[in-house]
Design a binder for this molecule. Structure first.
Ligand SMILES: Nc1ncnc2c1ncn2[C@@H]1O[C@H](COP(=O)(O)OP(=O)(O)OP(=O)(O)O)[C@@H](O)[C@H]1O
Ligand SMILES: [Mg+2]
Length: 408
């Protein structure tokens, strides 16, 4: 197809299927982005002018497929006109490719028409973006949609996959674990398996649609939380989880009350010095001006809290995690999600952490954490921020000064 490149059997099946909707559920490192890029290049090279749209949960992810598609075109001996900013766009004769993030509800995409839309990591893109924004873009052209992803529970991506298994004509679907990629080394797979819980490995590499079984935040609550449209009012609060060992420092900023709040910002950083951590965090906190900032000080002690105070974040409060406090925080976050009182942002890292956050029974009670090798920094920051919300929308802060510190 492209000189020097051969699709593996699963990729070939995807490229050969000609249903209007294709759903490809595969494990990590299967070659998902690669096959998307090959499909894009093939379409752009067809004789008729084609408008192709590549969508991913984040701009970085969309850019990966975009760059890979350019490599395929180069391999085919053509030189497209490429623009990377303000947003990645490519022209080849009368054909076009746009690469866009699904963030902000896909508002930037509305109104366009396309012959082919490909969504990378589709299970992490909110359902309304696919059904209300992308699908209508294909109506005029009779265009095709391809959704490619690792599974994330039994959400809309799963339902479409199921439809493909039953139908096969209008919707084609295939599920294929990472080890179907013959190029993936068994040693790498073994190493990954040893770093994760069995359940997480089954999902991320086995491409299985699993829900429940120890999952704390149900996929349907999380998906509903992405579709809420709560008013932007009330007090702003923040939760901060400091990096320990190889973890991330994570910051969550919310506005509202325990009766209804929306996530304004969720971010994490890795590999910075402590001074840099303080700087980036303080800058964002100065920007958002939260009335409370709850910081996990377990294991990191007072110096970081003092440094935040010195950086002008006087409202920062330290919280020491005990088993009980952690359980209360997580229960409270789960309850707000279940009751539809917390509006989330479709941040792929947050969605992945929420999906893999597990409650595991142990001899000493229940262990709550990201399963196996997953991080849970964003979940903890979010839970801290949620905990810091005032009870009622009136916005009277009921605790002042230090949060009660529990010691276990
Ligand atoms: N048919 C192929 N021929 C040669 N190399 C391939 C092929 N398919 C995939 N690869 C290579 O395998 C690696 C993984 O591919 P890719 O990044 O597309 O996988 P992915 O499923 O998108 O992974 P991730 O889960 O990390 O997003 C890349 O280095 C890619 O170039
Ligand atoms: Mg990929």
């Amino acid at each position: 197809m492209f000189s020097g490149w051969r699709p593996h059997a699963g990729q070939l099946a995807f490229l050969s299927a000609d249903a209007p909707v294709r759903v490809l559920a595969c494990g990590r490192r299967w070659g998902k982005t690669e096959v998307i890029a090959a499909e894009i290049a093939r379409t752009l090279l067809s004789v008729a002018p084609r408008s192709v749209l590549l969508v991913a949960p984040s701009q970085e992810q969309a850019l990966l497929g975009f760059e890979r598609a350019i490599e395929f075109l180069h391999r085919a001996g053509v030189r497209p006109t490429v623009r990377r900013s303000p947003a990645p766009t490519l022209r080849l004769g009368d054909s076009r490719l746009w690469a866009r993030s699904a963030a902000r509800g896909g508002t930037l995409l509305r109104g366009r028409k396309a012959h082919l839309i490909l969504v990378d990591e589709a299970a992490y893109v909110p359902e309304p973006v696919v059904t209300e924004v992308l699908m209508p873009m294909l109506a005029d052209t009779g265009g095709k949609l391809a959704l490619v992803s690792t599974p994330r529970g039994k959400n809309y991506f799963y339902r479409l996959y199921q439809q493909g298994q039953e139908d096969g004509v209008r919707v084609w679907s295939l599920r294929s674990p990472s080890w179907h990629n013959p190029l993936l080394s068994p040693t790498v797979l073994q190493m990954q398996a040893s770093m994760m819980s069995a359940r997480q490995f089954q999902v991320e590499y086995g491409a299985m649609f699993l829900d429940d079984a120890g999952q704390v935040f149900r996929t349907e609550w999380v998906d509903c939380a992405l579709q809420l449209n709560l008013p932007d009012e009330g007090l702003t609060v923040a939760g901060l989880d400091w990096a320990r060992r190889q973890d991330y420092t994570a910051l969550a900023i919310l506005r509202g009350s325990r009766q209804g709040a929306k996530l304004l910002l969720i971010r994490r950083w890795q590999g910075l010095s402590w001074r840099e951590h303080i700087e980036v965090v303080a800058e964002l906190l100065h920007l958002y001006q939260p009335v409370r900032v709850l910081c996990d000080r377990t294991g990191v002690g007072d110096p970081l809290l003092e440094a935040l105070h010195e950086a002008g974040i006087l409202q920062a409060e330290g919280v020491v995690f005990t088993q009980t406090l952690k359980r209360n925080l997580i229960d409270h976050l789960a309850l707000m999600l279940e009751q539809g009182k917390l509006q989330l942002l479709p941040d792929p890292a947050l969605l992945n952490e929420l999906y893999h956050f597990e409650a595991t029974p142990t001899e000493r009670g229940t262990r709550l954490q990201g399963s196996g090798g997953t991080h849970d920094d964003l979940v903890i920051a979010l839970a801290l921020a949620t905990w810091g919300l005032p009870q009622a929308p009136a916005g009277i802060i009921q605790t002042s000064g230090q949060t009660r510190v529990e010691r276990g």
